[in-house]
Structures are given as structure tokens and as C-alpha cells.
Design a protein around this ligand. Sequence first.
Ligand code: NAD
Length: 301
Amino acid sequence: MTRIGFIGLGNMGGPMAANLARAGHAVQVFDLVAENLQKAITAGCIAAGDAREAVGGCEVVISMLPAGEHVCSLWLAEGGGQDLLGALPAGALVIDSSTIDVASARRVGEAARARGIRFIDAPVSGGVAGAAAGTLTFIVGGEQADFEAARPILAQMGQNLFHAGALGAGQIAKMCNNMLLAIHMAGTAEALALGVKEGLDPAVLSTIMGKSSGNNWSLERYNPWPGVMENVPAARGYQGGFMTRLMVKDLGLAMALAEHAHSAVPLGALARNLFNLHASQGQGAKDFSSILALYLDKASG
Ligand code: NAD
């Protein structure tokens, strides 16, 4: 049993913390949203009044926050936040699983190292269903020894654990993955809308493409068409998955990375524009598979 602090109990962090509690760890949790905190307590976690209390006495602390500014605010006291690193003993292990910009991940990691605290960037893939089932993919940047130290904890929340390279490498790999995910989700929605407008059944078309060369994760595991698949956001009004605004954030991170690398990303840039357009139409809080709406004819008034 390890005493673990867990900050950020949203769509992903909530079920991840619950899995650690289920595995027998003492998981001290905090979130700014009372409802999210309450769900984690119901799942067996221990409530803390603030982040500092959550990390008290912990050897391992995990953060699962929306973006780089939240992570820097929490760990480095930037933007009026707390200096949570200062609350940890030397030798503690910080695992940041948020998807954030590489520079922020490196800044927090280096500040941690300067205080003798171990840090890995460990963004995840697999969605809310993967978080709930404990089958996430963890993509880790940092020291090999710190990755090995984190392995037993990560294995209780995920199935595939990868060490991508040095500090920040987890975020780079995650951005490449999410850019590809955005492209194939938009492409899947586009292909399904075309077939349905020409009279095909979306479930039949999905089965055909799923066994053909157009198959991909968005089609096979996260189908955007309502009614084709159970237990995906499309089956519940696009609630509770990976919010469109978080995908827009990730695509922005991928574009910044491309600029840094002088790498052409024409499809990534197009996908970013599509998801941005969708978000600007009031869909930012819905799951990103709701991009399907962009391809559907609007009912005339
Ligand atoms: P979310 O918005 O549902 O959850 C974020 C949580 O952080 C919220 O509950 C919020 O209240 C909390 N929070 C923010 N600032 C805080 C602070 N200072 N102290 C305590 N709590 C704070 O987002 P999510 O979908 O869980 O995603 C979290 C991260 O994981 C993001 O970086 C996202 O890009 C990434 N991610 C999400 C998915 C997905 O399918 N949802 C998949 C892979 C990666």
C-alpha cells in the first residue's frame, strides 16, 4: 500500500484515482469541483480540503489537470497558485499525467529535480473508458529509473507503459498521437456522413470499413455516429468523454511543436481548424467525436 496524492478528478482523473483506491492504496484526493471530489470519495478515496493537504505524507503524487497553466500554477505557484513542490519531501515522485506543452513539463520537472524530487511527464491515451477499465496507455518522459519507480503505480491504471525518452518526451509523443487521432476522427465522421447521405446504414458502413483498409480507432472503438456503438460518448449525447476544447488545446500544442521542429503538418492544421470551428459553435464542452455535427445537414427552419 502506498500513500498517493491525486489532484484533478475530472473525466480522466476521477476513474484513475478510483482504480488506485480499489487496488488498496490510500489515495488522498483534491479537486476544485465539489461534485468531482464527492464521486472520488464514493469510490473509496480520502478527501482533502486543498491540494497541500492531499499531498501530505505522500511518497507519490499524481496530477491530472486540463492544461500547462494549471500544472504550473499547482506545482510552481505561477499565476498565483500554490508552491506544491515545496510541500513534498526530497525523494518523492511526481507523476503529471495531464497533456501539456513540452516547455511547461520540462520547467516543472527541472524545478522538481532542483529540490531532489523525482518527476515524470506521463500523459495518457485510451479515453474515459480506458481510465475506468484501467487499460490506459501511459507515455512517459523522464529518467529511466523514475519510470521504473512509477511502473507499479501506473500498471494499476494502465495496460501499456512506454518510456518515450527524456523529460518532455512523453508530451511530444502524446501530441503526435492526438494530432493523428484528430485527423482520423474527422475523417471517420466525414466518411460516415457521406455514406449515410447516400442511403447507407451507419452501423453497416462502420462494420464494412472496420474490416477494410479504412479501419481506425475512432471508427472501431469510439464511433462518432449515435446508435452504432454502446458505451461511447456518441451513445450519451457526447457527454463525459474528451472535450472538444481539450482536443483544440492539444492541436494547438501540436502546431507549436511543428513550428519548433520546422515540420509541415497540413492535415493537423486542417483538423485544428475543423475542431476550432466546431468549438466556436458552442460545442466545446462536448466530446470531440461530436465533430460529426459539422458534416450533417442542419434542419431548415
Ligand atoms: P476535465 O476538465 O474533465 O478534468 C480536469 C479536472 O481538473 C477538473 O475536475 C478540474 O476541476 C480540476 N482542476 C483544475 N485545476 C485544478 C486545481 N488547481 N486543483 C485541483 N483540481 C483542479 O479534463 P479531463 O478530460 O479529465 O482531462 C485531463 C487531462 O487529460 C487533460 O490534459 C486532457 O487533455 C488529458 N486527456 C483527456 C482524455 C479524455 O478522454 N478526457 C484522454 C487523454 C488525455
